[in-house]
Design a protein around this ligand. Structure first.
Ligand code: SF4
Length: 487
């Protein structure tokens, strides 16, 4: 077992000159549990800088629960925008003063009381207890959960399991500081995407579960070795509106992946509606295929290398008018970004979808006769029961009907490979979560975004991964490491 004291001392030294997490900062500056609680609610799924400015705007109008009570929900929403899920958070904050009446208008310090407040889950409650009150609690967020598992200090599946495991084994002297240390460490070095292991002070870290992110290590290595590993990195993301995600850190995300090809789906924009910044990301050329209907469907591809040819659609007008497939041809492979139709409510578009799927299958088989084929995107189907949280109750619903799954069977029987499942056979690996009922936080989701390659190109697949930590859309990105040539 690794020495936790030694690890945390090294982490503390490493992050000493890094940014203090915003909630700690507010606690130090204000010593006010109300402000710490509000800032913690705002900080969920939001960058620290955004939380800091939104908190400042809100606190100018509402320094106390009584002042907050005087603001309308819409007014609160306008003040805290653009923090993630600002509509829901505005609703919680509007309800907060009334909920605090039970505690005489004061923020309670006990976890069991804190979790009764609107928008306050266990993570928030633990953070408020430690940061605002200096009382013992372990706040387990995604960084603590992830890094403790990478270190092998715990072997858990959820942040709650991690919290319970840490309560048993983490020496109490670390309880209050572990969150801010690992948040700073997770944001600066042990990142969810591309951890900088080569610069890490923890030389003997077992790097458990970092294997899917081997892709990033390869990319880094490729740079320093002049691409002698001959690896290409591909990323695919259903952005659910590229103009919306532009305001949610899209450029930083593209930069952090440093992919050779970054494909997007459900762009919901015509090419002439895109900002110059979206069309001209440094180092990339961009290509687009949009739907005739404005604000609907649409796919795009950013590529570092200029393709030999670009093909919009699959040659069937009823599908091509919806902007669903864009294919770039390179020397020894084709790359397609695809947004499969949704079967829709009451399966109104199931027939349409299956016809599209069949045409797409023929299109891909045809390409595969010439060279390697990489197909990525939102397939809008969870293939097996393992690919969604509630298979039984969704059997008759879009995305998991027997017809859609049978098509996926046929597609794979043609030799196409679901690359993620080469490396990972675990349940709970999802790429899409409903915006409703906090599904993402509870990991109630579906795996419907894929990287597939033709059978002969399976030998070129080096790694495949899902990146659930990347927010901004109801989908998360998926990635593939691909050998440059099969020779
Ligand atoms: S060696 Fe890599 S995985 Fe381990 S803590 Fe350091 S950055 Fe994280």
């Amino acid at each position: 077992m690794m020495d936790i004291d030694q690890y945390l001392v090294k982490v503390a030294a490493f992050v000493a000159d890094k940014k203090t997490p915003v909630v700690d900062l507010i606690a130090v500056q204000t010593k006010d549990p109300f402000k710490v609680l509000v800032a913690t609610i705002l900080s969920a799924r939001t960058k620290d800088e955004t939380t800091a400015t939104a908190s400042a705007r809100l606190f100018e109008k509402a320094k106390t629960p009584a002042e907050l009570d005087r603001l309308g929900q819409e007014e609160i929403a306008a003040l805290i925008k653009p923090v993630g899920f600002f509509h829901s958070k505005a609703k919680y904050l509007k309800e907060l003063p009334l909920a605090l009446d039970r505690f005489k208008g004061q923020i309670p310090a006990e976890i069991d009381d804190l979790v009764t407040l609107p928008g306050v889950g266990r993570k928030t409650a633990n953070l408020v207890r430690t940061v605002a009150f200096g009382l013992p609690a372990i706040c387990v967020d995604t960084h603590v959960h992830r890094i403790m598992n990478i270190w092998g200090y715990v072997a858990t599946k959820t942040p709650l399991e991690t919290e319970m495991a840490l309560r048993k084994q983490l020496p109490p002297r670390h309880w209050q500081t572990v969150n801010s240390l690992l948040v700073a460490f997770g944001q600066s070095l042990c990142k969810p995407v591309a951890p900088h292991c080569d610069q890490c002070p923890l030389a003997n870290c077992p790097r458990i579960g970092v294997h899917p992110r081997k892709s990033q290590d390869l990319t880094t290595t490729r740079k320093t070795m002049g691409n002698s590993l001959n690896t290409l990195k591909f990323v695919s993301w259903n952005v659910n509106g590229i103009r919306a995600v532009e305001k949610k850190g899209f450029f930083e995300i593209v930069k952090s992946f440093d992919a050779d090809i970054f494909a997007v789906q459900e762009t919901k924009a015509q090419a002439d509606q895109l900002s110059p910044e979206l069309k001209n990301i440094a180092g990339y050329q961009s290509f687009w295929h949009s739907a005739e209907r404005k604000g609907y469907s649409g796919v795009g591809i950013y590529s570092k290398e200029r393709p030999i040819s670009v093909r919009e659609g699959i040659g069937v007008s009823e599908f091509d008018s919806e902007g669903r497939v864009l294919t770039l041809e390179f020397a020894d492979f084709y790359f397609s970004s695809i947004y499969f139709p949704n079967s829709a409510e009451e399966l109104k578009r199931l027939d349409f979808k299956i016809r599209f799927n069949e045409e797409l299958r023929k299109f891909a088989l045809n390409l595969a006769e010439k060279k390697s084929v990489v197909l990525c995107g939102d397939f809008n189907v969870a293939h097996k029961a393992i690919d969604l949280t509630y298979p039984e109750r969704n059997r008759k619903f879009a995305g998991y009907t027997p017809q859609e799954c049978a098509w996926m069977d046929r597609f794979l029987a043609d030799g196409f490979v679901d690359t993620f499942r080469i490396f990972n056979q675990e349940a709970g690996q999802y790429t899409w979560w409903s915006f409703r009922s906090g599904a993402r936080g509870k990991n109630i989701g579906w795996r419907i975004d894929y990287f597939c390659v033709d059978g002969k190109s399976r030998v070129r697949v080096l790694a495949a991964a899902i990146h659930p930590e990347i927010i901004g859309s109801d989908h998360c990105p998926v990635s593939l490491e691909f050998r440059v040539s099969n020779k």
